[in-house]
Design a protein around this ligand. Structure first.
Ligand SMILES: [Ca+2]
Length: 177
């Protein structure tokens, strides 16, 4: 009787060790193998509309997981291949700022991938104190090293807001798969 009980204790002990090992293996197998990639940056001040083909330089960086975004150039370089979501927003001002005169805010903002246009928004206001904003959102497949940048496709007019009250002109993105 005593040997049966000792045997049963051994069986239970080995079973629980086996279960633990199995659980540990599953945990390791399902751990994510890629580093998170996510960025968010905005222009730090209200600015005069850009001229044709000029890039937006989003100089204030809040988030840059994976270090894909460069605040000096405004370019996001995919640190790894995958599927990415991007959003960008501009705010046309119905008042003059940063030395602007004449027409009020009007400008396009095109998202490019390796220099090819993939998304486009446009904001235009004609009246004083009447602002206009636009937001773009795209989902794109990318290879490691692909470059994404927001470009002004035309000669803009007036000024664009980037403040905590009137709206931030911003660019953000993250890998979804
Ligand atoms: Ca206009």
């Amino acid at each position: 009787m005593k040997s049966i009980i000792i045997f049963a204790v051994f069986v239970l002990l080995f079973q629980s060790i086996d279960s633990y090992k199995t659980f540990e293996c599953v945990q390791k197998d399902e751990a994510p193998s890629v580093i998170p990639v996510a960025f968010y940056a905005y222009i730090s001040r209200t600015f005069k509309a850009l001229s044709v083909y000029k890039p937006f330089i989003f100089d204030a960086v809040e988030t840059n997981l994976g270090n894909g975004y460069d605040r000096r150039t405004g370019i996001f370089t995919a640190p790894s291949s995958g599927v990415f979501a991007f959003s960008w927003t501009i705010h046309a001002a119905g008042t003059h700022h940063a030395g602007s005169s004449g027409q009020y805010g009007e400008m396009g903002a095109v998202l490019t991938q390796n220099g090819v246009a993939k998304g486009s928004v446009y904001a235009d206001t004609e009246k004083q104190y009447d602002d206009a904003s636009a937001t773009g959102f795209v989902i794109l497949a990318a290879s490691k090293g692909d470059k994404f940048q927001i470009i002004c496709p035309m000669a803009g007019q007036g000024a664009f807001y980037s403040t905590k009250i009137n709206g931030r002109t911003s660019f953000s993105g993250y890998r979804i798969a």
